[in-house]
Design a protein around this ligand. Structure first.
Ligand SMILES: Nc1ncnc2c1ncn2[C@@H]1O[C@H](COP(=O)(O)OP(=O)(O)O)[C@@H](O)[C@H]1O
Ligand SMILES: [Mg+2]
Length: 242
């Protein structure tokens, strides 16, 4: 049986979708079969970050309402044969789905795939609760700013209250010079505030902007320090002993 990993955050713009796309690429590169599931109804981005935006015909709502079969809504990645995307609807008008429907869908996917990675909406509104309902474990993403850390703490507590005990944090958009000057909280302090193990640290890097525009997860660009880092993060997230 596969596992559902939800990528969550308190704030938007911290890098959830970048992490989801790259985690998918890393796991696929390591011979796991993966479905990336976008739960951002009306504001999906994963399709663009993967360069698959022109290939989407059906979405999650089409699957759960029986308009199409699961297989028809799974879009295969261009680079990795074992990486698939299932999108949220582009339009906000389209009805959402229930926790029961999502759980049933994930149950079917888990029979076939090793990992289902959910790119969740930010905040603790209905969308995130929906994502959590199907999750086996969670990775929360934050940036080294106290405001974001406080919002992350709220999300981590919400996850815990829903029974998601396997949680870790990725600290993104790190600017080393600011750390050297002591102007931003250190990763150890962030981990202590959140009471979470650190799955990884990702530097602020302009190449990430370029990669999202090109529709290429940067983890797929072999040889770069950032690809190596993301690979290590993927392996750490997989290890149960974080
Ligand atoms: N480590 C990073 N360095 C530079 N830019 C980043 C980094 N991580 C994410 N970004 C950029 O930040 C923005 C938000 O990232 P995204 O993954 O869409 O966030 P979220 O899904 O949490 O809203 C995007 O423009 C993305 O290219
Ligand atoms: Mg996003």
């Amino acid at each position: 049986m596969g596992e559902v990993i939800v990528i969550a955050s308190g704030k938007d713009g911290v890098g959830k979708t970048v992490l989801a796309a790259n985690l998918g690429a890393v796991l696929a590169q390591n011979n796991h079969s993966v479905v990336l599931m976008d739960l951002n109804f009306g504001s999906r981005n994963l399709d663009i970050y993967l360069g698959l935006e022109n290939r989407i015909i059906y979405d999650l709502v089409d699957v759960v309402t029986g308009v199409c079969r699961i297989k028809q809504a799974l879009v295969r990645d261009r680079r990795f044969a074992n990486l698939f995307l299932i999108s949220a609807p582009q339009s906000r008008q389209k009805a959402s789905i229930s926790a029961e429907q999502l759980k049933a869908l994930c149950h079917e996917l888990k029979k076939v795939f090793d990992f289902i990675i959910i790119d969740a909406p930010a905040g603790n509104d209905g969308g995130l609760s929906l994502a959590i309902s199907a999750a086996d474990r969670a990775v929360v993403v934050t940036v080294p700013e106290y405001a974001a850390i406080r919002d992350t703490e709220i999300i981590s507590d919400l996850l815990e209250s829903k029974g998601i005990l396997n949680r870790s944090v990725v600290i993104n958009k790190i600017i080393p010079e600011l750390h050297q000057s002591g102007l931003v909280p250190e990763p150890e302090e962030i981990a202590e505030i959140l009471r979470l193990p650190i799955a990884g640290l990702i530097a602020y890097d302009q190449n990430i902007h370029i990669s999202t525009n090109m529709g290429v997860p940067i983890a797929a660009v072999q040889g770069s320090y950032i690809a190596r880092n993301l690979n290590e993060i993927g392996i750490r997230i997989l290890s149960k002993s974080l």
